[in-house]
Design a protein. Structure first.
Length: 156
């Protein structure tokens, strides 16, 4: 997936009134403000209440569900440039999001860890470098994970 395709997806969701935060590899790129590697997919955190609207909006771009691992994620394929992984978060009144994982695991997105970055010169919503690092823990890192961690380390 290329930066222009990421922006098309984000613009489509914005037009559908679906807030989205860039996470995963493209989230690291947003924090860096530049593309540092190739990406198979785009990971987005969205409000769980917006999942149906997001699926409909992205369906208009040709995306369709290929992998349904809800409540954790739903992977869409068939659209421009690759795949989109939607991660639905339940938000509390204070703005903290929780992603329900498989087998009862929970991933917490504290309200103060949402920030902004840039992709293709456009400001996008994303998560902080600290939260990105947290989500890279607890598993054997792949080469792209090591790359992303090095990019985060260079940011300070």
């Amino acid at each position: 997936m290329r930066a222009n395709e990421v922006l098309t997806v984000l613009e489509t969701l914005t037009d559908a009134d679906v807030p989205a935060w860039v996470v995963g590899g493209w989230g690291v790129e947003a924090l860096a403000g530049r593309v540092t590697r190739e990406h198979r997919d785009l990971d987005l955190a969205i409000r769980d209440d917006d999942l149906a609207e997001a699926l409909a909006a992205l369906g208009g771009l040709g995306f369709a569900v290929e992998t349904d691992w809800l409540p954790t994620r739903v992977e869409l394929g068939g659209g421009p440039g690759g795949w989109v992984d939607l991660h639905p978060l339940a938000f509390d009144a204070g703005g903290t999001g929780v992603l329900r994982g498989l087998d009862g695991v929970r991933f917490v997105y504290p309200s103060d860890q949402f920030t902004q970055g840039a992709i293709g010169g456009r400001v996008v919503q994303c998560i902080s470098a600290a939260l990105q690092r947290t989500f890279h823990e607890g598993y054997k890192p792949r080469p792209q994970d090591l790359h992303d961690l090095a990019v985060l380390d260079a940011l300070g």
